[in-house]
Design a protein around this ligand. Structure first.
Ligand code: BQF
Length: 286
């Protein structure tokens, strides 16, 4: 039977540290500020945005929420980003993805000032992450690393398998595990003998968006299983990419959904916004 990694509780601890830093910055007259931009009416995205705005208030950040209609034009969205780039009260800018189809995500992300890019999606930040010289880490992979750290799990020398190769989770997750000296393999939809590969993992991170896809027979006895999935099962209940019941029996550690990676993703967004505020202060000194 596995130990359950309580993401909610670890997130609360880290948020406590962030709140303490916010109080220190307050003495220097700076309050971290985040702008969250959502375009359209996707209901899951709306929930995520609400979670982010709420978390800002919890740690004492200033936040602005821009809810733009589905038919917002590219020029209009780019003009808003330009305005936020120049706003000294805003240290972090987050554009909630996915965007409606008529908007070019790459172009929109490229418009965000790299030092305000708290999702770490701008090419400049992606490049810095590859080199290990980053200002911001992508929120979900960074949240996974924090969960491991707080659970006393060191990836150094471990066989780490990442299932999923998205630019938002899988790819950067593999890089962060590599930076932590893990031996990393990335699996995806074209991988042959997937179960054989997942069963060889000391640390398995799953981010594929398929409900309960990884079952107990696909993991090694004593594996650490991190579930990044956020799906609805056949009854409409939230579930991950991992079949919790069967993997719980066999793993040494496992993250639940909800209450695992999700709260840490939000917490790392807060951490990046705090870093962005500190970056802006350093620049003002120059
Ligand atoms: C929890 C996300 C897929 C695609 C785009 C807490 C969140 C979720 C769950 C949350 C996610 C997932 C976010 C829990 C933000 C994480 O208690 O388990 C928080 O708000 N997330 C997102 O912004 O975009 C996504 C998942």
């Amino acid at each position: 039977m596995a130990k359950i990694i309580d993401g909610k509780s670890i997130a609360q601890q880290v948020r406590g540290e962030i709140r303490a830093e916010v109080q220190k910055l307050e003495a220097e007259g700076v309050r971290p500020g985040l702008a969250v931009v959502i375009v359209g009416e996707d209901s899951a995205s709306k929930v995520y945005v609400r979670n982010k705005i709420k978390a800002c208030a919890e740690v004492g950040f200033y936040s602005e929420n821009y809810e733009l209609p589905e038919d917002t034009g590219e020029e209009e969205l780019l003009a808003l980003i330009e305005k936020l780039n120049g706003d000294p009260a805003i240290h972090g800018i987050l554009v909630q993805l996915p965007l409606p189809r008529h908007l070019d995500e790459h172009k929109v992300i490229a418009a965000i000032h790299p030092q305000k890019d708290v999702d770490a999606f701008h090419v400049q930040n992606v490049g810095k992450i590859m080199l290990g010289q980053y200002d911001f880490l992508p929120c979900t992979p960074a949240g996974v690393m924090k969960l491991l750290e707080y659970s006393g799990i060191d990836p150094a020398g471990k066989d780490c398998v990442v299932v999923g190769r998205s630019n938002i989770v899988g790819k950067p997750q593999a890089m962060l595990l590599l930076h932590a000296n893990g031996t990393v393999q990335i699996c995806h939809s074209r991988t042959r003998d997937l179960a054989q590969k997942t069963a060889a993992a000391d640390i398995l991170v799953v981010a594929i968006g398929k409900p309960k896809f990884i079952t107990g027979d696909m993991i090694r006895e004593g594996a650490v299983v991190i579930d990044v999935g956020m799906n609805r099962d056949e009854n409409g209940k939230l579930c991950g990419d991992v079949d919790f019941a069967s993997c719980f029996e066999k793993a040494s550690y496992i993250t639940p959904v909800p209450g695992g990676v999700g709260p840490m993703t939000i917490t790392m967004l807060l951490k990046n916004t705090l870093s962005a505020a500190k970056l802006s202060m350093k620049q003002d000194e120059k």
